[in-house]
Design a protein around this ligand. Structure first.
Ligand SMILES: *Cc1c(COP(=O)(O)O)cnc(C)c1O
Length: 382
């Protein structure tokens, strides 16, 4: 006989607890896109992906509120039934223009986007080549596709070339990578990946959740590699845009096919119109202030310079501690100093690489970044 479901879960939790790998939800009140309140205490957050602090920007909030008033709280149905509010088309045209593609499709979330897009284009008999550190939802999409999954070493073009040469096969092939890696903050060499994709007759999907609004004057990671050809340019509204939802930009037939066949478009309710309104307003804020998008990287570099860490290449800076327990202790020490820096543990990152993952935002005061660096310094000693 198997355990009861409750006994099974309790046993699993006890084992995780023993390894410092049990997770707990901590109610957190985000008060202004920069500061948070936990247990009645105010902390300066270095753990939100709200890189431009737009989640609390007056124009973004006003757009969302006005859209709720005008269009209601929800889309009411799948987009293919009655849920295709015209604001989605407006947002899609805006995104396509930003990314230089013919068309775009909006999704409920980034996870839904990758889980749906990959199985739309590859299946049994095909191969998906995935960077080993790519986001969990790329792996989910790859697994759902039933294509063969080939993992290549992180940002290792030699390994990718070798595997494309040996394992590409006769079917379709897709290479999937993050633009900016969410837990490491480094950037995929999209020019080289694109060259390999074209040389091996493979398509390229780039998940730019952490690049949009931050790199390439806000246009995203691919803007740093003008010669790169990205077939599926995916990203989210949930990081620098401060809201929720996601998109993919591509050619018109690719987008039409997604809107016809992708399960996470067809069988799910449309994004609430207010989320689309907020995303449009956030894109307006970014377009109106050419300095804004550059700020998170400048802040991150202030921190990496202070500690002689490898220079930041995005708003995300990892300080790898190794074991989970040590990382939790470091996070607690920083919390005592008034900083919220959440410990990131396996399986979000590979075993033995638990880390402090710092996310820098446009609004972080320089003096606080300097104070944070001084607080992190003693925690880094081996
Ligand atoms: C956050 C994130 C996602 C998921 O996006 P959601 O809109 O939060 O579901 C996908 N890919 C990457 C790289 C991310 O960091």
């Amino acid at each position: 006989m198997t355990d009861t479901l409750t006994a099974f879960a309790a046993g699993k939790l006890a084992a995780l607890e023993a390894q410092s790998l049990k997770r707990t939800l901590v109610p957190t009140h985000r008060t202004d896109g920069l500061w948070v309140e936990r247990g009645g205490r105010g902390l300066l957050s270095f753990s939100c992906n709200d890189y431009l602090n737009l989640s609390h920007h007056p124009a973004v909030k006003a757009a969302a509120m006005a859209a709720v008033e005008a269009h209601g709280a929800g889309a009411g149905a799948s987009r293919l039934v009655t849920g295709d509010h015209p604001i989605f088309g407006e947002l899609e045209a805006r995104l396509a223009a930003l990314k230089g593609t013919e068309a775009a499709c909006v999704f409920g979330s980034g996870y839904l986007a990758n889980a749906g897009i990959i199985p739309t284009f590859v299946g049994e008999g095909d191969v998906v080549f995935v960077d080993e550190l790519a986001h969990a939802c790329i792996w989910s999409g790859a697994q759902l596709s039933r294509a063969r999954i080939v993992s290549f070493r992180h940002n290792d073009m030699q390994d990718l070339a070798d595997k494309l040469g040996r394992l590409r096969g006769e079917g379709r092939a897709l290479i999937a990578t993050d633009g900016v890696f969410s837990m490491d903050g480094d950037v995929a060499p999209l020019d080289e990946i694109s060259r390999l994709a074209q040389g091996h007759d493979a398509w390229l999907l780039v998940d730019d959740a952490h690049g949009l609004g931050v790199l390439g004057e806000g246009r995203g990671t691919a803007a740093l590699f003008p010669e790169a050809k990205v077939d599926l340019a995916m990203g989210t509204f949930s990081k620098a845009l401060g809201g929720y939802g996601a998109y993919v930009c591509a050619s018109a037939p690719v987008i039409d096919f997604i809107k016809t066949r992708t399960r996470t478009v067809v069988y799910t309710t449309g994004l609430p119109p207010a989320n689309a309104a907020a995303a449009l307003a956030a894109l307006d804020v970014i377009a109106a202030d050419p300095q804004l998008a550059a700020a998170p990287l400048a802040k991150a570099r202030r921190f990496t310079r202070a500690l002689n860490l490898p220079e930041a290449t995005s708003a995300v800076v990892p300080v790898v501690m190794g074991e989970a327990e040590r990382t939790l202790a470091a996070a607690a020490a920083l919390e005592a100093e008034g900083f919220l820096v959440v410990a990131i543990r396996p399986p979000t990152v590979p075993a033995g690489t638990a880390r402090l993952r710092l996310a820098f935002t446009a609004g972080h005061p320089d003096a606080e970044i300097d104070r944070l660096a001084e607080a992190v310094r003693p925690l880094m000693a081996p």
